[in-house]
Design a protein around this ligand. Sequence first.
Ligand code: UDP
Length: 242
Amino acid sequence: MGTGYQRILLKLSGEALMGSLAYGIDPAIVHNIAEQVAEVVSSGIQIAIVVGGGNIFRGVKGAAAGMERATADYIGMIATVMNAMTLQDALEQMDVPTRVQTAIAMQEVAEPYIRRRAMRHLEKGRVVIFGAGSGNPFFTTDTTAALRAAEINAEVIFKATKVDGVYDSDPKTNPEAKRYESLTYQHVLAHELQVMDSTAIALCKDNDIPILVFDLSVKGNIRRAVMGESVGTVVGGSCAIK
Ligand code: UDP
């Protein structure tokens, strides 16, 4: 395949699983994601997934409603485990061997996060889904994606969104909005572009992990991205800003 990527970290937000629903998980969307992952795994590419929980619970919202922030964040992390198990089920129904590892121990339903074991699973062609974020409140699953990508030596983060990349203004309201082909970490940080939160971007910058922002709802996009087709915006160290 085109880019030579061997190990990819796919970041799925909770909202990516929600589809057009107002809350929760849309089975058709999960099926579509699982199909795309299965397609790429069958070609020998290793995929690890970090999944968010915003479709179920967000710590910041809980805190805004009066909860203690750390408690609310733990609930958010537990929400991500539901998404992780849902994805695992969809992948296994397609005969893709999958393991869920959680950063908060729940050994009745998932393995605990063990870096070396996760890497071994990947080498054996299993998809590894990381649930419960980083295990620490006050963090996000975007930051978790950057952390896990660095830990498992993933060559790239595929950040799935509902738009086909990063624009200079909102393409929904501005028909003149321009999509960036590539951007530097520095540009994203300086202009506070909504790619990932600044902690996640900084971690990717320090560890030189490129981020591809792309539209997951278009079938086959994970494969196209692996093949090196231009399906979104790449954020990296020395990319020219176009
Ligand atoms: N969370 C956390 N620590 C982490 C990752 C997540 O406390 O390392 C909590 C946080 O409350 C967050 C929620 O889990 O709001 C769901 O994760 P996130 O908002 O990142 O999900 P996404 O936006 O990707 O759906």
